[in-house]
Design a protein around this ligand. Structure first.
Ligand code: ZN
Length: 188
């Protein structure tokens, strides 16, 4: 059995102590609007071409207009897709086409703020553990306890002490020191 001790010097008051509600930024969601002009004879064909290009770039077309000599496309991007990179590619494609003149390309990012609740209030104190070497009972490799991995087999055998070298489950015995009042008494 290895005892993983609390590093006394890392104990500090948690600014979020007692909180059960947190706000985090969600995955950025991009949108893009493309406007370009060309001769009416090639309008339809170029529109289809850029529509396909946007769709290949993980965009979902929201609205489009293709009349007279103007193409107007507004599209939303799947979460996490970089709107600016897509905008740059579209702009380059328009620049490279001598028959097109572009009016504007706007690429925007927006991220929702997500609210989540925790079942237990955030702890009063935060701390780290002292780096502690453990040994795998199977292959006898020695490594820091934080290198242990977790894994499961068929949903019902789970271990958070998987050897990073030989992948043996429950490869060592660990005990984590508990925070005591004596340790936190002097923490401001
Ligand atoms: Zn091992």
């Amino acid at each position: 059995m290895t005892l993983v001790k609390i590093d006394r010097f890392t104990i500090r008051k948690n600014p979020n102590a007692g909180r059960t509600e947190f706000f985090v930024p969600g995955i950025p969601q991009g949108s893009i609007s493309v406007r370009f002009a060309c001769h009416p004879d090639i309008l339809k064909e170029r529109f289809e071409c850029f529509k396909q290009m946007l769709e290949a770039d993980e965009c979902v077309l929201i609205s489009w207009k293709c009349d007279n000599s103007m193409v107007e496309i507004d599209a939303a991007l799947h979460p996490g897709i970089d709107a600016k990179a897509v905008g740059d590619r579209i702009k380059k494609a328009i620049d490279d086409d001598p028959l097109l003149a572009y009016r504007s390309i706007k690429a925007n990012w927006e991220a929702d703020v997500l609210r989540y609740r925790t079942l237990t209030p955030d702890p009063d104190f935060l701390f780290r553990y002292v780096p502690t070497v453990v040994e795998c009972a199977e292959c006898h490799e020695r490594f820091d306890y934080s290198d242990l991995e977790s894994d499961e087999i068929d949903d019902d055998i789970w271990s958070d002490r998987v050897c990073p070298k030989c992948h043996a489950f429950d490869c060592c015995e660990l005990e984590f020191e508990n925070l005591t009042q004596e340790m936190t008494a002097a923490v401001e």
